[in-house]
Design a protein around this ligand. Structure first.
Ligand code: MN
Length: 242
């Protein structure tokens, strides 16, 4: 009974450590290095802000369905897909780096679980923008912050069908932009673009259709008003240390 109790507490602590606080924004408590790439949460993680927090850029109804239906389904299906298999209890970083050996259910639902966790963290209001360090790196790779945004926008607009746009640090340590299909991401060994992701945008129709219908470019433009740069900056600094 004591053992049971102990493991139960550890599970809760682990979950709390990388779900992060419910308070959103600049006062976010830094997550551990393992962060969202760690062991999957034992319970579906809370959205780090209210459904209406990103209005008018992302509407409350879209946020509610996106988080409570789509994201929750990925989480549930992922947990079910790994249950009783050798990868149960393994960090997401390990699962993604061996994705070529995993099932389609693990690839699609594991990606869907992680990509949305990542996306929620890099959304917010009242952000001040990229740090001096990140701005320099962006300027080095893209010419300017505006040119970086143009590149990212083009990547997001031209992803055919469903997928994600990413800013990531490639193997050469430089910043790069790419998109991925479906629920793939740059941490997966099967991805043609590999690296450490810093910022992402969900361009599945479920992310914008209620408000923007077929106008994906309008949704992409609106996205820049709700980027939580403090989280992007934090991930950049963490990646430099790693
Ligand atoms: Mn989505």
């Amino acid at each position: 009974m004591e053992r049971r109790k102990f493991f139960k507490s550890v599970g809760l602590i682990t979950a709390a450590a990388y779900i992060g606080p419910k308070v959103f924004g600049n006062n976010q408590v830094p997550v551990k290095a393992s962060g969202i790439e760690g062991v999957p949460a034992s319970e579906f993680p809370p959205l780090p802000f209210a459904y209406n927090a990103l209005e008018p850029y992302i509407d409350a109804r879209t946020m509610e369905i996106h988080y409570d239906k789509h994201h929750r389904a990925y989480y549930t299906n992922f947990i079910n897909a790994i249950k009783g298999t050798p990868i149960e209890g393994k960090p997401l970083s390990d699962i993604f780096s061996t994705m070529s050996k995993q099932t389609d259910a693990v690839r699609n639902n594991g990606g869907g679980y992680y990509n949305h966790l990542f996306f929620w963290k890099n959304l917010g209001t009242g952000s001040s923008g990229p740090s001096a360090d990140l701005s320099s790196a962006i300027t080095k790779s893209f010419g300017s912050v505006d040119k970086f945004k143009d590149t990212f926008n083009t990547s997001a607009k031209t992803r055919f069908g469903s997928g994600w746009a990413w800013l990531y640090i490639g193997a050469d340590k430089n910043l790069a932009v790419a998109s991925s299909p479906n629920q793939d991401n740059p941490l997966m060994d099967i991805s043609p673009v590999k690296g450490t992701p810093l910022l992402t945008l969900d361009v599945w129709e479920h992310a914008y259709y209620l408000k923007y219908q077929n106008k994906r470019p309008d949704y992409i433009d609106a996205f820049w008003n709700v980027v939580n740069w403090e989280e992007v900056n934090r991930r950049y600094q963490q990646a430099l240390k790693g």
